[in-house]
Design a protein around this ligand. Structure first.
Ligand code: PLP
Length: 435
């Protein structure tokens, strides 16, 4: 399968090229040249299939031409080493819990898949050099990528993060791992970290000597596998007898998760419509209301993984619907909530139902409560475990949030970060000594 750029100014790439490059050289995002519809029989039997079986069928549509059958099955099984259950919160509203992975957030799925696909390409290729993954993080991306790649042969990961600007829970999830993961604590801001990574990718001398790659969320190997759990959620609803008139609500920042759902829909997944829930960063919400896309600097909120002022995957959504605003709004509606509204929602839902939302899932839950019609079944993506936002959630509900054992295990680890000045020459020196 070939992958084209949403800007259409470069030749199509192979899967391997798209995965290693991340972004097309015309700055567009890669899209698969074909999105195949699953046969009707697949949806008839889907509630009798396991998550692995469902995911393997979906994975074959994208990667079946480029990855051998057995290898692809192994990659899928190894990626999905944890469940993504659908839990009833109240009558007609279900939570698709995506926080049962190693870092308790949905990004584990894409990061684990990408790491394993990259290892497959390394083992198959003739270039046996070590691959160095560079990732700048303001918190959550670093932990998902680091844990996704942890222990994967032939790959070293370097996580750059701003000193004193990530929470201790976040820091311990990538700075205590050791093995093939190095955490680099930059004396600067998140923007400085991003600049260092970008400078490294642009430095010809470094790139001639080292095989550098990024693992950001726009990578096709992170984004496409997120469609797996949409199919599995439908299977779960169907087996509960509520698979008709399904409305899916996605808490959105960069819109990778929603776009994966739209791809599943294009493959025939029987979802009636989608709702995109935003925090105060309501750029997409405004686009839906006005047809005008006006990116702007992001605003900090308590649902901080959705603090995005210019969502990258907007280009993919436009591409899927030929930039036709009417088509987009006929399938997707929007919502946007202030921090106060998010906090009220967490408190209200907890007191009434006993279900503890995290600030991101809370946006999506509220949007469903407000927009679901009688007879419809709503499912929202619960993208992170509330314990990842323990202080916020505890102060809102007045209840101390329990830390799950796998998160507690990180917190007992020893921090092993490398300190780094924010000037590029020091980062370059660090990379050169890796040879
Ligand atoms: C990354 C993230 C989001 C936003 O997902 P996108 O794919 O960027 O829209 C939502 N919730 C949590 C917890 C996240 O980590």
């Amino acid at each position: 399968m070939k992958y084209y750029s949403t800007n259409h100014n470069v030749p199509e790439a192979t899967l391997q090229e798209a995965v290693v490059k991340g972004l097309a050289s015309d700055r567009g995002l890669f899209m698969p040249e074909r999105i195949e519809r699953m046969p009707a029989g697949f949806f008839e039997d889907i509630d009798k299939m396991s998550f692995h079986e469902i995911a393997v069928c979906v994975a074959r549509c994208f990667f079946g031409e480029d990855v051998e059958r057995d290898a692809l099955e192994d990659i899928v099984r190894d990626t999905l080493s944890f469940p993504t259950p659908v839990v009833e919160v109240e009558s007609g509203i279900y939570s698709l819990e995506l926080f049962h992975g190693p870092t308790l957030a949905f990004k584990d799925v894409g990061a684990r898949f990408m790491a394993r696909l990259l290892r497959y390409f390394i083992n198959r290729g003739s270039d046996r050099r070590m691959v160095h993954v560079l990732v700048a993080t303001s918190g959550d991306t670093g932990s998902a990528v680091a844990n996704g790649f942890l222990g994967v042969d032939g790959i070293k990961v370097h996580v750059l993060y701003p000193k004193g600007k990530v929470s201790p829970i976040q820091e311990c999830q990538f700075a205590t791992l050791g093995d093939n993961i190095t955490a680099i604590e930059v004396d600067g801001t998140f923007d400085d970290c991003q600049r260092l990574v970008k400078s490294a990718f642009m430095d010809e001398e470094l790139n001639n000597r080292l095989l550098l790659t990024s693992a950001n969320s726009i990578n096709v190997a992170r984004f496409l596998p997120q469609s797996f759990y949409y199919f599995n959620a439908y299977a779960a609803l169907k087996s509960k007898g509520v698979g008709n008139d399904v409305v899916v609500c996605v808490p959105s920042g960069n819109f990778g998760n929603l776009t994966a759902g739209l791809i599943a829909h294009r493959m025939g997944l029987p979802v009636k419509r989608f709702v995109a829930a935003n925090n105060a960063n309501d750029i997409f919400y405004n686009y839906l209301s006005t047809g005008v896309y006006s990116p702007r600097p992001s605003t900090p909120t308590i649902a901080n993984a959705m603090d995005v002022g210019d969502p990258s995957n907007f280009a993919r959504i436009l591409d899927l619907y030929g930039a036709n605003h009417a088509d987009v709004v006929s399938l997707i509606s929007g919502a946007a909530y202030s921090d106060d509204e998010i906090a009220d929602t967490i408190k209200e839902c907890y007191e009434r139902t006993g279900y503890l939302l995290d600030p991101h899932g809370a946006c999506a839950y509220r949007a469903l409560r407000e927009q679901l019609n009688p007879g419809e079944t709503g499912v929202f993506l619960e993208t992170a475990h509330p314990a990842k936002f323990r202080d916020t959630v505890s102060s809102i509900t007045g209840r101390d949030v329990e830390i799950p054992p796998r998160l507690a295990a990180f917190m007992n680890g020893e921090k092993m970060s490398v300190a780094m000045d924010k000037e590029f020459k020091y980062f370059k020196q660090y990379l050169e000594q890796l040879l």
